[in-house]
Design a protein around this ligand. Structure first.
Ligand code: CA
Ligand code: CA
Length: 434
């Protein structure tokens, strides 16, 4: 290719860039998008959603308002629909569900309705092979808002309750519960996160006393070998209604929540298990409480949640641990708080139920988040568009080199002007997808 043609191409690239600067507001496009999928049979919040080994998702319990469900449903990614599944032996909401190593699902504790709500010690196991729930040994304590985590050896640790320091362990082989160490602080609504070394981090929560409630900035660690809880570094902000996830590097991200109903946090903190300390990281783009988050296959974290008392929220965001930055992840079709997220086997994310919509109702709807592909024209796959990659896209448009590098969004074998413009938008800093 002669120098004259290269310069000609560069000029076209420059003029295209100039042409689109005016129309491109500089607001990055979201790195993913939400779309409605099939609806559930029931309106649910405070339900559980668990990925089954075959890729389907089991949704259990929850409540539309003041009653609790014993019904469950299964989402089939292939058809995008929910269908009824085995019925629980008792209604429940605010339970903890944990996928077992053998493919079954354990659900424990929560509330079963009544005035006031009756707290349950009950535990049941779902067997997907026979599509049925069976009661297993009850816990030693009634737990109104338990948290559960599968330990490295396949047993399940359950902790957290408004009126007990205790924790206990379920053995799926015997179906029995064994009391283990007590926490140093009662922490209702804490998060429980399995660390890489097999220990478990319990972060923040609320210590509910007889006459008052203290939102906690403390955290503690369970050591399964010793069967004991030990205090670790404290968070910068006391928080409840927050969420936590273990990052690929083994650290734990905690974000959002509230100390009082009037203030919703955008703050985020990262726990380093090696140092036993928290560091404050970049705040979220939006404050969130009643949020849920999942670690994505690429190491980023998707965050979805409400944003305040009676304020439902559709905006979602991504945390990028490598740069400790946040970006837009797209708006949900419906605003929702208390969303429940499930990472699907294909890397997409299902959100079910929650409260919100246009009329503050509990929702029966579900949506799927699909991440954007690599930006069109990113020949070297670094996620950025360089001027050289713009040049190559222009060359493809001019027919001077084969159409490649994902420029051909509509896959018609040619690079159109519109497709080159997408590459230029990427060069200008937008997160662009086909
Ligand atoms: Ca590139
Ligand atoms: Ca094309």
């Amino acid at each position: 290719m002669g120098m004259r043609r290269i310069i000609h191409g560069m000029l076209i690239a420059a003029s295209l860039a100039a042409a689109v600067v005016g129309s491109f507001a500089g607001v990055p496009e979201a790195a993913g998008s939400w779309a409605s999928t099939g609806s559930m049979a029931e309106r649910r919040h405070h339900h559980t959603a668990t990925l089954l080994e075959d890729g389907r998702v089991l949704v259990a319990g929850g409540s539309p308002q003041h009653i609790q469900y014993e019904t469950t449903e299964i989402f089939d990614l292939g058809t995008g629909t929910f269908s009824p599944a085995g019925v629980l032996n008792g209604p429940r909401k605010l339970s903890a569900a944990v996928g077992l190593a053998d493919g079954r699902v354990l659900i424990v504790g929560g509330e079963m309705g009544g005035v006031p709500d009756l707290t349950v010690s009950d535990a049941e196991i779902y067997d997907p092979v026979v599509d049925a729930w069976t009661r297993t040994g009850p816990m030693n304590e009634r737990r109104d808002f338990p948290r559960g985590v599968r330990l490295s050896d396949g047993r399940v640790l359950v902790a957290g309750s408004s009126d007990s320091l205790t924790s206990e362990i379920f053995d799926p082989v015997t179906g029995e519960w064994t009391p283990t160490g007590s926490m140093n602080t009662k922490r209702d609504g804490c998060t429980l996160t399995l660390l890489e070394d097999g220990r478990v981090l319990a972060a923040a929560g609320v210590d509910i006393g007889e006459f008052d409630a203290e939102v906690l900035d403390s955290a503690e660690i369970y050591d399964p070998a010793a069967g004991t809880w030990t205090m670790t570094g404290s968070l910068a902000d006391p928080r409840c209604q927050h969420a936590a996830v273990r990052l690929e590097d083994g650290r734990v991200l905690v974000a959002g929540g509230t100390e009082e109903d009037t203030v919703v946090y955008d703050s985020a903190e990262i726990y380093d298990p090696a140092a036993g300390e928290w560091i404050t990281t970049t705040p979220m783009l939006y404050p969130h409480w009643t949020l849920d988050m999942v670690l994505l296959p690429d190491g980023d974290v998707l965050v979805v949640g409400g944003a305040g008392y009676n304020f439902w929220f559709a905006n979602t965001q991504l945390f990028h641990p490598a740069t400790e930055t946040w970006s837009e992840a797209g708006e949900m079709v419906e605003r929702r708080e208390y969303p429940v997220l499930t990472l699907l086997q294909d890397g997409r994310v299902l959100v079910t139920g929650g409260m919100g919509g246009v009329s503050a109702l509990v929702l029966d709807t579900a949506e799927i988040w699909t991440p954007s592909g690599p930006p069109p024209g990113d020949c070297n796959g670094d996620g950025q568009i360089s001027i050289g990659e713009v040049q190559r896209a222009v060359n493809m448009f001019l027919g001077e080199e084969p159409v490649d590098c994902g420029v051909d969004c509509d896959q018609n074998g040619a690079a159109s002007l519109g497709e080159v413009q997408k590459v230029i938008n990427g060069f200008l800093g937008g997160e662009v997808s086909c």
